[in-house]
Design a protein around this ligand. Structure first.
Ligand code: 5GP
Ligand code: MG
Ligand code: MG
Length: 192
């Protein structure tokens, strides 16, 4: 049961109000995405690109179920205030190491909310003339979307709630939870 799962995680589990997506549901979905990607990118040697650190678990699990040759690389961005992001400000603090011109690039994202961060990064990658550029997102939160981003591979649509687990943090905590959960209100303090 969910109670037993939460109990296993002690103080972390006690902060969780509700499990929205279970570890099994995530595993099954990632497997499906990996199968589709393996078919679509056969003979294309795609470069999977992710933004640290939230994508860590998804990227590792996805790579393990992809059955074709591929490469992986990461970006890191500085976190700005929501106001700064709305003005399109995203500062790269770590760029890709693999040149992507002429390559088939699959951008792998853990969660998309407004889409501002991803929109900026996609423009930056498109400027480098990849052969193709598509997006794979596991958790899509459509409620606050500000820019339209075509999602070729999509896992789950999530309600407009702040979630943690499977790489997603709150103040760097809860990334290690293998499910997606909602924090108790007294833990969140101001987050929605
Ligand atoms: P954006 O609003 O630009 O689409 O999302 C920016 C970033 O906010 C995401 O990459 C992610 O780091 C964070 N984020 C958005 N929604 C959530 C959420 O529900 N939980 C957590 N932990 N982070 C989120
Ligand atoms: Mg992310
Ligand atoms: Mg975060």
């Amino acid at each position: 049961t969910n109670d037993a799962i939460l109990a296993k995680y002690g103080e972390l589990g006690r902060d969780i109000r509700e499990i929205l997506i279970t570890e099994d549901q995530i595993r099954q979905k990632v497997l499906e995405l990996g199968e589709r990607i393996s078919q679509d990118y056969a003979d294309k040697n795609p470069v999977l690109v992710g933004v640290l650190k939230g994508v860590l678990f998804l990227m590792a699990d996805l790579l393990r179920v992809i059955t074709i040759p591929s490469e992986v690389d990461f970006l890191a961005v500085a976190s700005y205030s929501a106001e700064a992001r709305q003005r399109g400000m995203v500062r790269l603090i770590k760029d890709l190491e693999i040149p992507i011109d002429g390559r088939h690039v699959l951008f792998v994202e853990d969660v998309i909310d407004t889409g501002l961060t991803l929109g900026y990064l996609l423009r930056s990658l498109r400027d480098r003339n990849p052969a193709s550029l598509e997006v794979c997102v596991l958790f899509n939160k459509p409620a606050h979307r500000l820019i339209d981003i075509p999602l070729k591979y999509k896992g789950f649509d999530l309600p407009d709630r702040f979630v943690v687990g499977y790489g997603l943090d709150y103040n760097e905590k809860y990334r290690n939870l293998p499910f997606i959960g909602v924090l108790k209100p007294d833990v969140l303090k101001g987050k929605t």
